[in-house]
Design a protein around this ligand. Structure first.
Ligand code: M3P
Ligand code: FE
Length: 317
């Protein structure tokens, strides 16, 4: 089957206590472990593997790597060969080297981001279990996010220099990892520059997205909530906790998700994202947003992009 879903994101944080308060008490992820070198591992209450967020203490914010889970161990061999045949070096990662995971493969995306694929991660189970489960667990903290939903990675885009890492990484994701393109933004005088893309392996509108900018980086990682009212309530929780809010609750034209953006204490952007938007079935036609309507694609109500949103982000490697 190949790539199944997003597995985890490894984010660098400047102050671990502040980060644990943010991701734990405010977002409501549950801490599952810490290791000898000070990394912390957290999961959403609705997730079953050991962690979806790995926090690493560092002196600069940003993303170390992103990891996707494949269905079978043999997928690692099949995909590893396909990635090598495409001309990208692939490193074998022995079991345990990627924390709590079985063997993995590691490679640099054409955008310059480090990606891992793994087939097995230590199982801990959902907070509500699997026998006659309640719809949500007692003792949820803060926003009570369900799971890590997607990440949006910034890619170098400079059409004048002929550089378009969005298009390069999107082609790789489609042709090699068999992601489905659900939505794209086309810009330029001939509308032939692919400036942003949303791609999925599951039937959600996106499991990953790429947007063009001056330098590569991490724009945000997003956490799932059931519905619009939960996004509103989550923003209340953020405000109560004096979290720096970037974008108050509203709707995306692209993906139709309801959304709010904010920063962790290190300056990494997070999103709460609700609703499945639509089902990205394999035969769904690609949705295209034109340059004139890009603002509505991102913020449907105002139709206006702001520079603080598009130009502020953390490092991607
Ligand atoms: C999303 C999403 C940007 C667009 C963001 C869209 C950074 O986050 O989940 O659809 O321009
Ligand atoms: Fe998003």
């Amino acid at each position: 089957m190949g790539v199944m879903r997003i597995g985890h994101i490894n984010i660098r944080v400047l102050d671990m206590d502040a980060a644990l308060h943010h991701y734990g008490k405010v977002l409501g992820l549950q801490q599952s472990d810490t290791d000898a070198v000070g990394n912390a591992y957290l999961k959403g209450w609705d997730e079953w593997d050991k962690y979806s967020v790995m926090l690493t203490p560092a002196d600069r914010a940003g993303m170390n790597h992103i990891a996707y889970k494949v269905e079978n161990d043999a997928d690692l061999d099949v995909l590893g060969k396909r990635i090598r045949d495409y001309g990208i070096d692939v490193e074998e990662v022995s079991p345990g080297e990627l924390a709590y995971c079985g063997r993995a493969i590691r490679f640099w995306l054409p955008s310059g981001h480090l990606m891992y694929l793994y087939a097995a991660k230590e199982f801990v189970g959902k907070a509500v279990g699997t026998t006659n489960p309640d719809p949500w667990p007692d003792g949820l903290q803060g926003a009570g996010v369900h799971w890590l939903d997607h990440a949006l990675l910034m890619c170098e885009l400079d059409p004048e220099k002929g550089v378009n890492k969005v298009a390069e990484v999107t082609t790789f994701m489609q042709e090699v990892l068999e992601f489905k393109l659900t939505e794209q933004v086309m810009v330029g005088p001939d509308a032939d520059v692919q400036a942003a893309t949303w791609l999925a392996r599951t039937s959600t509108p996106h499991d990953i997205a790429f947007v063009g900018g001056p330098v590569m980086g991490l724009h945000h990682c997003a956490f799932f909530l059931d519905e619009w009212a939960d996004v509103l309530k989550a923003a209340d929780v953020l405000a109560k906790n004096k979290v720096k809010i970037d974008v108050t609750p509203q709707r995306h034209g692209i993906t139709r998700g309801t959304t709010s953006y904010f920063f962790d204490p290190s300056g990494n952007r997070n999103e709460t994202f609700a609703g499945l938007g639509y089902l990205g079935q394999p035969d769904m036609p690609v949705i295209t947003w034109t340059e004139e309507n890009l603002g509505s694609g991102i913020f449907y109500h105002t139709g206006e992009l702001n520079e603080a949103f598009t130009e502020v982000y953390t490092e991607g490697a």
